[in-house]
Write a protein that binds this ligand. Structure first.
Ligand SMILES: [Zn+2]
Ligand SMILES: [Zn+2]
Ligand SMILES: [Zn+2]
Length: 308
């Protein structure tokens, strides 16, 4: 069981999940727990010889019922694949799986925020290489989505709508755009190659999206990831965060708001140099960046076009 403690100085929750120390750490290819279970082979987490997309409870959960949830979403039974190399149909199916999990977990009383994410690469702490993402159901509204709701208040309307409009007006940091969405390196990106993918229409969550929007979202995420991999000709580590409307009631009883968008935080600033969170970032909360978003957007846009 994990334990929540409230850190008064920062006004935020810290979760203690000490059983996670025991979790499988970078097993060899032959012992991958997310590969299918082959006849005569050792059993994995997935007791089938083949599968498309698999979702199950994390064996080492940070949150679990009746105080939240932690799930694993395996994108494919192919160990060497990635989000970028899935077939377009599989990537689109993944959007529907996300949507379904958002709906089911979001309906639970013990979950206030459904957070879909992927950690890719040992640089961001991945312990299993098999292509997969995770879903946490938080029993509270975590600080980052809370900050985004505060931005709505500050801007007097939907912040993602407003920021997307500013990016389209400026144009220099746009990575790709179509009828359904816009991808850009934000004006004040914290990471050199940070990217946000935002639906053009104000959609609070995946539940509000049209099928064509889900297809476009899958295609954009894939194009972006392939562009990342092409940029330095190496698998590009990142944290991918899907931000949607909270599913729990807010203090004061106001209806939850939000605007579906996907953020990528890649730690690389060059092909072989990592950005570390150091004194200013950790102790003062201010990012210091060595690169300008306009320049990294230009390079990333070219890389995306190259492999489109
Ligand atoms: Zn595997
Ligand atoms: Zn909006
Ligand atoms: Zn966000």
């Amino acid at each position: 069981m994990s334990e929540l403690r409230f850190e008064e100085l920062r006004g935020e929750q810290v979760a203690y999940a000490i059983h996670r120390q025991e979790r499988t750490f970078l097993p060899s290819r032959a012992h991958c727990p997310l590969c299918p279970t082959t006849p005569g082979g050792e059993p994995t987490e997935i007791p089938f010889p083949a599968f498309e997309i698999a979702v199950f409870d994390n064996r080492f959960p940070a949150f679990e019922a009746p105080h939240g949830a932690a799930e694993v979403v395996v994108y494919t039974d192919r160990h060497e694949a990635s989000l970028g190399t899935l077939s377009p149909e599989r990537a689109e199916a993944l959007m529907w799986v996300w949507r379904h999990r958002y709906m089911e977990l979001g309906a639970r009383d013990d979950i206030d925020y459904v957070f879909i994410f992927e950690n890719r690469g040992v640089e961001v702490g991945v312990t299993l290489h098999h292509p997969h993402g995770q879903i946490y159901g938080y029993p509270f509204l975590p600080p980052v989505p809370a900050l985004e709701l505060a931005a709505d208040e500050r801007l007097g309307g939907c912040a993602p709508c407003a920021l997307m409009g500013r990016e389209l007006n400026d144009g220099r940091r746009i990575l790709l755009e179509n009828d359904h969405l816009v991808a850009y390196v934000p004006y004040a990106a914290r990471w050199a190659y940070e990217a946000h993918v935002t639906l053009r229409e104000h959609r609070a969550s995946l539940l509000d999206c049209e099928p064509a929007e889900l297809r476009a979202l899958a295609a954009a995420l894939q194009a972006l990831v392939r562009g990342y991999d092409a940029l330095f000709e190496r698998p590009f580590p990142y944290v991918m965060a899907v931000h949607q409307a909270p599913t729990g009631g807010r203090p004061g009883g106001r209806a939850p708001e939000g605007h579906l968008h996907v953020e990528f935080y890649p730690p690389l600033r060059t092909a072989d140099k990592l950005k570390y969170l150091a004194g200013s970032e950790q102790g003062a909360g201010t990012f210091i960046s060595d690169t300008l978003p306009e320049e990294s957007a230009g390079a990333l846009r070219e890389a995306i076009a190259l492999v489109a």
